[in-house]
Ligand binder design. Structure first.
Ligand code: ADP
Ligand code: MG
Length: 377
């Protein structure tokens, strides 16, 4: 969906830009606008923000295009004369059936995570342009999909480049290593409550409720994860949040950033590749090789704790995350075939009951299970 070009106005709501909004400048009040549609956030006008920060000039034509139908944020591509940028704004009320409110401060943590990553790997985050902590929004460079395709899209089209997986593993390991043993970062990202609400509860605890027979194991993993504070975790390292840039992978969407257990990020990302290896049998070999290489490259970077210790936490957490994508609160949208869901339940349950010591062992077991099953061909 895209909106027609409209003069730069403090009300860029997708429904409103099509109207003949008056041109306004930085001096015009950016406060609540009586014409804002009901779902908009009072006092957080993205257009006024761009004017205020000098990212757009009064009267310039601007085309605002919503980028994603996310439940927790508004995200726009903004095309201005000769340049494009991206504005992301956290919603105080999530777009879900239930009245679920989450603090917009997570937008500030996302911005802070991006700033951290930009210090260490500037090519692996979009250029950061401006931030308004109070309004819960920020602006960054827009990275065009022709040059920066989404990794998930590539994978589903069978474009499975093992070098991309290797670069993602190395990037993640480098960022974790750069943040480990950093007391300032630990204090800045003491977001345990957010991480509990966005990750531990919907993934691990909700799955425990769905599987009372595994409840103790899952609660144990939840406890261990929540009480491990070793590095700055991104929290949503999924192929849909990674753009495959010409020089390096670009990581987006760090709303779950938390100083916690780095094993979570690796397990979370490898989990996505394992589930795709199940539903995309034609590309299975490359997807499994990608998972293996990603983990290997990551593990080479682990210098803040014994590698074996981290590897063992990944290998024990991964089956819980596999099961969570079937029976937790955030099921994978592509696991539509009941035979696939049953396969995941069976494999994950066995691995939870008898955890393996390494991610490599887990990959071997998963591969054998796929090969031995007639339901997964
Ligand atoms: N700076 C950017 N440049 C280009 N595309 C982007 C940018 N930021 C986000 N996107 C696109 O929008 C999608 C959603 O962005 P994301 O930050 O992940 O928001 P959400 O929290 O809604 O998932 C991404 O998967 C990507 O395709
Ligand atoms: Mg996202």
């Amino acid at each position: 969906m895209s909106s027609p070009t409209a003069p730069m106005s403090p009300n860029p709501e997708p429904d409103a830009v099509s109207g003949p909004d008056a041109v306004s400048g930085p001096d015009s009040a950016p406060g609540p606008d009586p014409e804002l549609p009901p779902e908009s956030e009072p006092g957080a006008s993205p257009a006024a923000f761009l004017l205020d920060r000098g990212l757009a000039r009064p009267g310039e034509p601007a085309r605002w295009t919503p980028l994603a139908g996310g439940v927790s944020s508004d995200l726009w591509r903004v095309d201005l004369p000769g340049r494009s940028l991206c504005v992301k704004r956290a919603l105080s009320r999530l777009r879900v059936a239930a009245d679920w409110r989450a603090p917009v401060s997570r937008n500030a943590y996302e911005w802070a995570w991006m700033r951290f990553a930009a210090r260490h790997r500037p090519d692996s985050v979009p250029e950061l342009l401006a931030h308004d902590a109070e309004a819960g929004l920020f602006a960054m460079a827009f990275l065009p999909p022709e040059r920066y395709p989404v990794w998930k899209t590539q994978l589903f089209h069978g474009r499975v480049e093992v070098t991309t997986a290797a670069a993602v593993g190395e990037l993640l390991g480098t960022l974790h290593a750069a943040s480990a043993k950093d007391a300032d970062l630990a204090a800045e990202f003491a977001t345990d409550d957010n991480f509990h609400a966005l990750r531990v509860e919907p993934y691990l605890l909700a799955t425990a409720t769905a599987h009372p027979e595994l409840s103790d194991l899952l609660h144990g993993l939840a406890r261990r994860t929540a009480t491990t504070h070793l590095a700055l975790v991104h929290g949503d390292v999924s192929p849909k949040n990674i753009l495959v840039g010409p020089d390096a992978p670009v990581l987006l969407d760090a709303e779950c950033a938390w100083y916690g257990d780095p094993a979570f990020d690796l397990a979370f990302c490898v989990n996505h590749l394992l589930l795709k290896s199940l539903v995309l049998p034609a590309f299975r070999e490359d997807l499994l090789r990608s998972a293996q290489v990603l983990a290997e490259q990551y593990l080479r970077c682990v210098d803040w704790e014994p590698r074996q210790a981290l590897d063992a936490r990944v290998a024990s957490l991964l089956p819980a995350l596999l099961l969570a994508r079937v029976d937790g609160k955030s099921p994978a949208e592509y696991l539509t075939d009941d035979r696939h869901r049953q396969f995941v339940r069976g494999a994950a349950t066995a691995l939870l009951r008898s955890p393996l010591p390494t991610t490599a062992d887990l990959l071997t077991t998963w591969t054998k299970a796929l090969d031995g099953s007639t339901d997964t061909a």
